[in-house]
Structures are given as structure tokens and as C-alpha cells.
Design a protein around this ligand. Structure first.
Ligand code: ATP
Ligand code: MG
Length: 632
């Protein structure tokens, strides 16, 4: 580690000079007068006085050099639709959408709530908001009416944009009725709702005087050119609520200039995506990964981005690789969950297509266990880069930075702190730095680098209190994740600080036990939770999905298998981490972004209410947990 270490050090020691250079990766209407204003810690303002615009950087600046290049490829295996937009065509669509916003009275600083499936119009309206300086708040299409209403009341949007319906696994999911219900519940409903009518929901009925048809508005704005509204660098670009995996969602507020610079720099140094190449990110626009790496970053970098509506295994488990081959994808970004889903399918799908264009596969969102990391690296014969970040940061915190130095990849670790992040592993007791191989809280010394959240929407106090008061002696940003740094400087994320199991005074991360369970060759996936126990405080219970279920066909086989798994944990971690029970299930309850609903499993195991389940992928998974717990 030479070149990268120097690069990282320089980003901290000569912070302003470093970011001043990165700032040149985007176009500015007005240059900044100060790189970083940190006079009111922990609030940081980046590129003070600079004026820019995200939409201008994503589209306008490319028109001369790459107007006829593909900007957006929309592929839906749900509707069978595929449509391509060049930069010039994208420019036109976004100008039309921006014109609609103006007509409806949306001005700079107004919030626009977007509740849409993965369709091209969703990208148009996000960029249109950026164009006119409106603050978009995209709410993931899986959220139920009550969750949507909470977000409406927090953001108080001037306008909402939705569609009649989405599709998932061939089933139509109505969106508009949910919006109607949410608006009935909300205290601060907007005056108008624009609806993209895809013709999927046959029962779709607009509310007269409130709902407006996207296609009709588009027609009346066909030739409209909407000038860019320049924003001061610190002015907000969007609000995005965190997944809510661990409780009440927070409205993460992002700035404009810092975000644009951070994304442009990340495309260059981390993702190694070049103008003219194609990026395929398999997330959803409702999540931060979708914001940063489906919409903004690839376009800012002059790449072609792929917007995919569909499942990873439909029509078959080769679909993503077919897309990579068909569109010569260079950079791909997905999640560990997706990798584990593919692991359960025929591995032949991974070698069926020509993947020679693909340079890297990036995975983020949850811990990537070592066996899965190894498996997918071997199957693809490509570098698979685990990287770690949060909605709060907007771009990676830990990653290999192969644009600077091709450091060797170790399986099961997201490598090193990314430039700009002064990351430390701190002891919970006194905020001192943990030694190599010693577990601690992953913390970032402020200021947070450009692109990270500037505050919690409408609540500066909550920003400080939530993120910066974990330690009395030091004002540091807490990620609420456990981590470890090995003696070679590689970092491991051991799970969330509130996912700790306390067995007879020993504190174990759920991730540690899960990895140990997964060392058994027949385990595809596992969730471990701590369950209250009168004697030991807590005991770990495991719910595991096996690769080959013929090995657990009978009760006797199941019992033998359970014993084998426990032995595997003993060997790897010691008897202290041994789960009291290993229940075998066919699937685990997850959010639609692929995060394990550990808290819900734990609640069920302790006989409590499983809580808010609006984003659950498949409710049948919870049923299986219940059955397993009941001894079925
Ligand atoms: P909430 O904060 O509302 O509970 P959330 O934390 O699930 O929701 P996100 O911001 O989407 O919302 O997720 C970030 C979290 O995901 C990280 O804090 C970490 O726990 C986990 N994570 C992300 N990437 C990785 C990774 N590569 N390895 C391990 N964990 C990861
Ligand atoms: Mg979080």
C-alpha cells in the first residue's frame, strides 16, 4: 500500500488543496471562494460561494461532445419494454419535465415528492427538480400509505409525482391508490399529483382537480426549454429518508456542489468508469445507491446508465449477465443479497454470456461474507469489490480505490478508508483508538467529506444529537456499525452496534456468528439474533437457508445438520458463539433493499410484535420464522 496510502493521507493533511483539485471534475457557473467552511462544527459547508447545478453537470455539459451518445437505457423485464435515450433526448425530456414543474408553480427550494417505479420518467423528474432547484424526495415504491404519509408531512412537498402502478415478478402493484390513501392521512398534502399512466392498473381513476396526466403535460411542454437554476454549493439538492431498518427514518439532506464533486471523484478513483462506457447498478431509485449510481454519478461522468425494472432471476438467473453482454457494461454495482440469491441458482448462468467488457463488480448494502465474496469472484473471474457506505454519506466510506492503486482484494472486507474520510475504530469505553484486530465503533472525524449529509431535514439539532454525541469526550460521527482493522490495514464491518448479542457478558456481533455458521458448506444464508435468556442474558438463535435441502429431508437429518452447524461455529468462533438453536427455513425476511429484518426476527423469537413491516420483501418469510419457532 504505497500510492493509495499517500493519496488518502494527502486528502486529510492537505484537505483543501486535495478537494480543490477534485472540484475541477465538474462544471461551475461561479467558482468557490472557500473550499471548506468548518467554523460551526460538526456542520461543514463545501465549496462556499461556488454556484453549480446537478442537472447541468449530468446533461447539458455533455451535449456538445456526446449529444448522440446513449445516456439512459431503460430495460423492463416486467413489461418487456426497452428504450434508449441519447444525451440530447434526455435533455429534451428533462426540459419538458422541468417546464411542467414551472407551470405548476414549483420554484427553487420547493420539495417534490417522487413515489415511482423504475421507469424512465422517474429519472426525468429527478433531474428536472435538480434543474429548477427544487428539492426532490424520492420515496421507495414499496412503502405503504402510512409510511408515505409520514414522509409527506416531514417534507411538506409542493407537488407529488407518481405512476398508476409498478410491476414485480409479473404482478401489478398499484401505486396511485396508495398515494390517495397517504394523502388522506397526511396533514400537509400537496395541491397536485402528476401521474404517469402506464396503463397497467385498469382501475386507475384520477382525482379531478388534483391529479394531472404526465403524458398530457408533456405534450403541452414539448418544445419547452427550461433554463438551469444555479444553486450555491451548499443549497440542498435532495432529501432522502434512511431505510428505517433500525427505527424512525431520518430525512438525510444533501447539498449540491459537494455532492457533485464527490460523485465525479468517486467515478474516477473508485468505480473507474469513463465517459462513453456503460454502468449498470441494480438498485432502485428509492435508495441512495439509485440516487448516486443509477442517476447522478454515471451521467455526471458522461457514461451510459442502465435503469432496470425487474428481478434478478426473471426470466432466468442469467438476465443481469445478458444485460452486461448486450450493452457492454464496464462497471456493475449490486448487493450482497443479490449475490447470495444468484448463488442458489445454476452457476452456468454466470458463464453463459460474454462478460469481457466488465471490469469490476461492486457490492454494498450489507456485510458480504467471505464464502459469497469468494464464490462470486471465482464465478465471474473479475475483481469483486465490497464497499461500505450509508445513506448518510451518499458515496463510499470504505473501499478499494483501484483508480489510484490496484491494492490486492481480500475476501470479506471492504478494504480501506476512502480518501476524504478520517476513519477511526474507537473503543466504546473511552473513545480511544482500538488496536489492530480489536473490535470498535466505526467513526469518522469531522468534517465529513463533500457529498455527505449536511443535516437532517428541518432538524439541525437531531443531526448533531443523532450522529455526533456517541462519545462524551469527542465530537465524532458515529456510523453505528462495529468494525475491525486487521494488521494489514483492511477493515471488516461486524454489524450494527445495536445488533450485538451479549452472551454471559461476552459481546458478540451477529455478523461474527453468521460468518461462523456460514463456514458450514451447506449453508447459503443465515440470520442470527440474540434472544433474551434468564441465565445468560441473551442467547444466539440462527435461522439458516441451506443450499441442498435434500440433506435435511427428515427430522433426523435436520437434527444431525443442526449439530454439524453448531460444531462448525465451535470450531470457528468457540462455544460461546454457538447458537442455542439452528432453525432451517427456505427464505429469510428482508427489506426490499435486501437488508435482513433482524429486529423483527428477534421480536418474534421473544414473543413480541415484529414492528413496522412495510418494506418486507416477502411476508411468507416471517411466517416461516413463526413456524420454526413453534417447533414446526
Ligand atoms: P436506518 O439507518 O434507517 O436503520 P439503514 O442503516 O439500513 O437504515 P442504509 O443507509 O441504506 O440504511 O444502510 C447503511 C448500513 O448498511 C450501514 O450502516 C451498514 O450497517 C450496512 N452496510 C452497507 N454496506 C455495507 C458493507 N459493504 N458491509 C457491511 N455492512 C454494510
Ligand atoms: Mg443506518
Amino acid at each position: 500500500m504505497g500510492a493509495y496510502q499517500d493519496f488518502h493521507q494527502r486528502s486529510l493533511k492537505q484537505r483543501d488543496a486535495f478537494w480543490n483539485e477534485q472540484a475541477a471534475l465538474i462544471d461551475w457557473h461561479q467558482p468557490h471562494t472557500q473550499v471548506c467552511d468548518f467554523s460551526r462544527p460538526p456542520f461543514a459547508q463545501w465549496f462556499v460561494g461556488g454556484q453549480t447545478n446537478l442537472c447541468y453537470n449530468a446533461i447539458d455539459r455533455h451535449l456538445v461532445t456526446r449529444g448522440d451518445q446513449k445516456a439512459l437505457i431503460y430495460i423492463s423485464t416486467e413489461t418487456g419494454q426497452e428504450k434508449t435515450y441519447t444525451y440530447r433526448e434526455l435533455y429534451k425530456e428533462v426540459n419538458r419535465a422541468a417546464g411542467m414543474l414551472h407551470t405548476l408553480g414549483v420554484v427553487k427550494g420547493d420539495r417534490v415528492l417522487i413515489y415511482m417505479p423504475m421507469i424512465a420518467e422517474a429519472v426525468f423528474v429527478m433531474l428536472a427538480c435538480a434543474r429548477v432547484g427544487a428539492i426532490h424526495s424520492v420515496v421507495f415504491g414499496g412503502f405503504a400509505a402510512a409510511s408515505l404519509a409520514t414522509r409527506i408531512d416531514d417534507a411538506k412537498p409542493a407537488l407529488m409525482i407518481t405512476a398508476d402502478a409498478g410491476m414485480r415478478g409479473g404482478r401489478a402493484i398499484a401505486y396511485k391508490p396508495l398515494v390517495d390513501e397517504a394523502l388522506r392521512l397526511a396533514q400537509h398534502p400537496p395541491r397536485n399529483v402528476i401521474v404517469v399512466n402506464r396503463g397497467i392498473d385498469k382501475d386507475y381513476t384520477p382525482v379531478v382537480g388534483r391529479d394531472l396526466d404526465y403524458a398530457t403535460l408533456r405534450k403541452s411542454h414539448a418544445e419547452v426549454n427550461t433554463p438551469v437554476t444555479w444553486l450555491e454549493s451548499s443549497e440542498p439538492s435532495y432529501i432522502l429518508y434512511t431505510s428505517g431498518t433500525t427505527g424512525k427514518p431520518k430525512g438525510i439532506q444533501r447539498d449540491t456542489g459537494g455532492y457533485a464533486v464527490a460523485l465525479a471523484a468517486s467515478m474516477k478513483h473508485i468505480y473507474c468508469g469513463n465517459a462513453g462506457e456503460t454502468m449498470f447498478t441494480t438498485s432502485d431509485i428509492g435508495w441512495v445507491v439509485g440516487h448516486s449510481y443509477i442517476v447522478y454519478a454515471p451521467l455526471i461522468a458522461g457514461m451510459t446508465t442502465i435503469l432496470y425494472e425487474g428481478l434478478p432471476i426473471r426470466p432466468d438467473a442469467g438476465i443481469w449477465w445478458k444485460i452486461v453482454a448486450d450493452h457492454k457494461v464496464s462497471v456493475m454495482f449490486s448487493s450482497p443479497t443479490a449475490a447470495r440469491v444468484l448463488k442458489k441458482q445454476d452457476p452456468a448462468y454466470l458463464t453463459k454470456y460474454d462478460l469481457s467488457s466488465l471490469r469490476h463488480l461492486f457490492l454494498a448494502g450489507e456485510p458480504l461474507d467471505e464464502p459469497t465474496h469468494q464464490w462470486i469472484s471465482d464465478a465471474l473471474q473479475k475483481p469483486v469489490i465490497d464497499h461500505y457506505w450509508q445513506t448518510e454519506t451518499g458515496w463510499p466510506i470504505l473501499s478499494a480505490v483501484h483508480g489510484v492503486e490496484k491494492t490486492p482484494l481480500k475476501m470479506g472486507t471492504p478494504s480501506f478508508p476512502v480518501y476524504g474520510y478520517d476513519l477511526q475504530i474507537l473503543r466504546e469505553s473511552d473513545a480511544s483508538e482500538a488496536a489492530a484486530d480489536e473490535k470498535g465503533v466505526v467513526a469518522i472525524m469531522p468534517p465529513l467529506p463533500p457529498g455527505c449529509m449536511s443535516t437532517v431535514w428541518g432538524d439541525d439539532e437531531r443531526f448533531v444529537k443523532t450522529y455526533f454525541t456517541s462519545f462524551r469526550s469527542k465530537q465524532v460521527y458515529a456510523t453505528f456499525d462495529w468494525g475491525i482493522r486487521d494488521k494489514d490495514g483492511y477493515h471488516y464491518i461486524l454489524g450494527r452496534t445495536d445488533d450485538v448479542i451479549n452472551v454471559a457478558g461476552h459481546r458478540l456481533g451477529t455478523r461474527e456468528i453468521e460468518e461462523a455458521v456460514q463456514s458450514h458448506a451447506n449453508i447459503a444464508e443465515v440470520a442470527v439474533v440474540g434472544v433474551a435468556d434468564a441465565i445468560k442474558g441473551q442467547i444466539p438463535i440462527a435461522f439458516a437457508v441451506v443450499k441442498d435441502s435434500s440433506q435435511i429431508a427428515t427430522r433426523e437429518q435436520q437434527a444431525a445438520h443442526e449439530k454439524e452447524v453448531m460444531d462448525a461455529v465451535d470450531k470457528q468462533l468457540g462455544a460461546i458463539g454457538r447458537p442455542a438453536r439452528v432453525h432451517f427455513v427456505n427464505l429469510l425476511p428482508k427489506t426490499r433493499s435486501g437488508k435482513l429484518l433482524r429486529r423483527s426476527i428477534q421480536a418474534l423469537a421473544e414473543g413480541r410484535d415484529p414492528g413496522d413491516l412495510t418494506t418486507i420483501e416477502d411476508p411468507a418469510a416471517l411466517e416461516q420464522i413463526k413456524v420454526a419457532l413453534a417447533g414446526g
